[in-house]
Design a protein around this ligand. Sequence first.
Ligand SMILES: [Zn+2]
Length: 387
Amino acid sequence: MKVFIILFWIEINKIKFKNINMASSFRIGTIMGIPILIHISFLIVLPLFALIFASAPVPYGFQDVQPVFLSYILSFITTILLFACVLLHELGHSYFAKRYGVKIQNITLFLIGGVSSMEEMPRNPSQEAKMAFAGPMVSFFIGFVLFILNFGITLLVASYADTPFYRLVGILATINIGLGVFNLIPAFPMDGGRILRAWFARKMNYVRATHNAAGVGKFFALLMALAGLLSNPWNLWLLLIAVFVYMGASSEERSTVITTTLENVLVRDLMSEDVVAVSPDMSIDELTQFMFKHKHMGYPVMEGNVLKGIITFTDVRNVPPIDRPAILVSDVMTRDVVSISPDASATDAFKLLTTKNIGRLVVMENDEVIGILSRTDLMHAMALLNE
Ligand SMILES: [Zn+2]
């Protein structure tokens, strides 16, 4: 059990809800033009869920089904269909997102469900509310249709209620309703948190609305944790969900504050204009002296007026001191430089720095380097703007 908690914790930390590690996901197809990905954690869940359904008693499992292998087949099918329902829930969000012009990079199925990775949320409260509401509605719809299906067939063929298929449909119906209800809990990262923010956002600015919605989410998380600790024995699932909700609320608040604060600021206003460039023929030894003098951590590498690459302190540190006189800047510099236009917003710069995981961007205008924008520049701007 302890191992499981650790795995779960690592998983949550790695996902951080938005920046899903794409390297550990693989693509299974495309629906409505959106790539559908499966995270590797899903492969752990698949047999685990199948095992749970196979060993659970009536009416939530197939424990009584004979022969045993048939119970495993039924459990496996239930699990696959369950995740298909999760996918439909996500597609419900995506349908409205596309209608409101929000770009969706992908939908990823992972350990605790599905996540749609969107470029950004619509800022129009009624659009965000509809988009958030669409997912739970899909789940409720599937749940009710399946219940009606079971009920209808039983009326026609009374013995149907004794078949494993009746139970399979029943399990899926129950879980879908549960999924709809769970997602309406007014806490990030659940859909209810977004609906709540949209409600706040009609009366106040977006950052305040997010702050309030996140506060309600954290309060819910604490209640859940308390309920988990007070039950005897401790309810581990409740504690895990509490942690999940608390972290979701904090991360949503943080990223909203950053993106909205920097939104109306241009790269041009924050960049350092006195670009100190180095030549590709400089040795690493010479560059170290140069860095001491100029105190920047990264430099564009220029040959005349042409940008050849970028070299940072990390590149220098990777060269053993003994080799430094012989190795040139051009040998270790990064050649594919990530650049940005001076008229782009600082929010875009922030997203670029985080997604590419780099420290600085070269600001280019008409094929000419006119400045450098570093993470530190953005952090200083954030601090000043939030004063
Ligand atoms: Zn949802």
